[in-house]
Write a protein that binds this ligand. Structure first.
Ligand SMILES: [Zn+2]
Length: 464
């Protein structure tokens, strides 16, 4: 089976138009047109998924029959599921899981690729991609990069490693297959060290970056230490997954350091790039490929503009299907509008955080990553930090506490003064007091790592 023959390319382009075709087709559909398209694809995916053991039992247990689902409005009747259910599905039918229509022993005659979730503990979840699933995530990302300014002949430096995780591949496919940009797949800092990343950027003329915000920050510090002038690079834009940045300070700090606009995006390992930020500052949803509903904990849809958990249905995926998957990311959705950038779609809020990563400290909901803004804006730190979450005390006096370990930029910096001012800033940003511990440069690297996702939380809740 030749891969190039496994895809009807004209059909793919017409079904899921890449840019600039997207701008003249799906990107300017009316609300009714896009709703009709979503409705058709949704019903098709549900009908197919009835044949898959995972969905059949989930839906039958809820007392449903296929005929109960006759339009998109019926979606909330289908029970949602989470990563916990996918983990159980993997145990039911190892290694890929019973949400796939086939297993290791009956792989059908089509080219397949496997990617995994960025799990922090244990074996990551495995997801198979057929050619359409693989190419569409490239098209989704091509729409993102095109809207942010990528054009033929640009060089896109991708600091997500082309590994089992798919972010790097999304950038690679977008640039190489759909944009005529040259992907410079340097990978993360543990693949190409940060100094060499900058040397490549300079030598090749990188003018766009697809990178996580922590790593963009690390490159800023490496550049400063090596007297490398980031402003000497022809950077047009930075494309990243910024996430929670309530006061926009992280964004502004990176934009100033790189002298280029930064764009936020939102996606998931399973359904690909859900939404991308345009030059007018809106996060447009790839509505022909994914249906997003913001729900309460019971799976009931919330009003537009209200924050809740994101429940998604992939409209293009059949290997495997994802129907009413509760990603547990906290988001809000806004109505269909025609944006100043020319695209008409529903839009998303920036991601407020992964609900699973929220920690309840003295009655307050805290996302540990919310610490990064205060730490990054203090020049006495080098931006490296680690939130240690643990129980202190015993019995009735036991409380969950968070200590933030922060690296000072060098050992000449007064640790005591830095600790006091960071504790004050973090109190303001987080709305509660946390303890700060100042450590020397390089101390946290064994915990945070230099990989795909830099770890910022050390959860000791289950340790004694
Ligand atoms: Zn826009």
């Amino acid at each position: 089976m030749y891969y190039v023959k496994s895809v009807d390319w004209d059909q793919l382009i017409s079904d899921y138009p890449p840019p600039p075709l997207y701008q003249d087709t799906v990107g300017k559909m009316s609300e009714t047109q896009i709703r009709d398209l979503q409705n058709r694809r949704f019903l098709k995916r549900v009908e197919e998924a009835w044949q898959v053991p995972f969905y059949r039992s989930l839906w039958q247990e809820a007392g449903l029959q296929l005929s109960d689902i006759s339009c998109l409005e019926d979606a909330p009747r289908l029970p949602m599921f989470t990563t916990d259910d996918l983990r159980r599905a993997a145990l039911d039918r190892p290694p890929f899981g019973s949400h796939h229509a086939f297993g290791r022993d009956d792989i059908p005659g089509m080219p397949l690729k496997m990617h995994t979730s960025g799990g922090t503990t244990g074996m990551p979840r495995m997801t198979l991609f057929d050619p359409v699933a693989l190419e569409v995530q490239g098209i989704q990302t091509a729409r993102q990069l095109y809207a942010q300014g990528a054009r033929q002949g640009d060089v896109l430096q991708i600091t997500y490693t082309l590994s089992l995780a798919n972010a790097g591949w999304c950038g690679y496919l977008a640039a190489h297959h759909w944009l005529g940009c040259m992907p410079l797949t340097t990978g993360a800092g543990n693949v190409t060290n940060s100094e060499r990343q900058l040397e490549f950027a300079k030598a090749v003329g990188t003018n766009a970056w697809f990178s996580n915000p922590d790593y963009l920050g690390r490159l800023v510090r490496v550049a400063e230490d090596r007297s490398f002038d980031l402003h000497s690079l022809p950077t047009k834009f930075l494309s990243t997954f910024l996430g929670h940045d309530p006061d926009g300070k992280m964004r502004r700090a990176l934009e100033e350091a790189w002298n280029a606009p930064l764009f936020d995006n939102y996606g998931s390992h399973e359904v690909g790039l859900v939404a991308w930020e345009c030059k007018a500052g809106h996060l447009h949803i790839n509505e022909d490929t994914v249906h997003v509903q913001i729900c309460d904990e019971a799976g009931r849809p919330l009003e537009d503009g209200q924050f809740g958990t994101a429940v998604v249905t992939s409209l293009h995926r059949t290997t495997p299907h994802f129907v009413r998957y509760n990603i547990r990311d906290r988001l809000a959705i806004y109505p269909h509008t025609r944006c100043a950038c020319g695209i008409s779609s529903r839009t998303l809020s920036p991601m407020q955080g992964r609900i699973d990563q929220m920690v309840k400290i003295r009655g307050n909901n805290v996302y540990p990553t919310s610490c990064k803004a205060a730490i990054n804006r203090d020049p006495r730190t080098n931006g490296e930090y680690l939130c240690v979450v643990q129980y202190l005390g015993e019995g009735i006096g036991r409380s969950l506490e968070m200590t933030v370990r922060v690296e000072r930029r060098n050992t000449d910096i007064d640790a005591q003064a830095l600790r006091q001012s960071l504790e004050k800033d973090l109190h303001k940003d987080l709305g509660l007091r946390v303890e700060v511990e100042i450590v020397d440069p390089g101390t946290l690297l064994p915990f945070t790592g230099e990989g795909e996702k830099i770890k910022r939380v050390l959860d000791l809740r289950n340790k004694h």
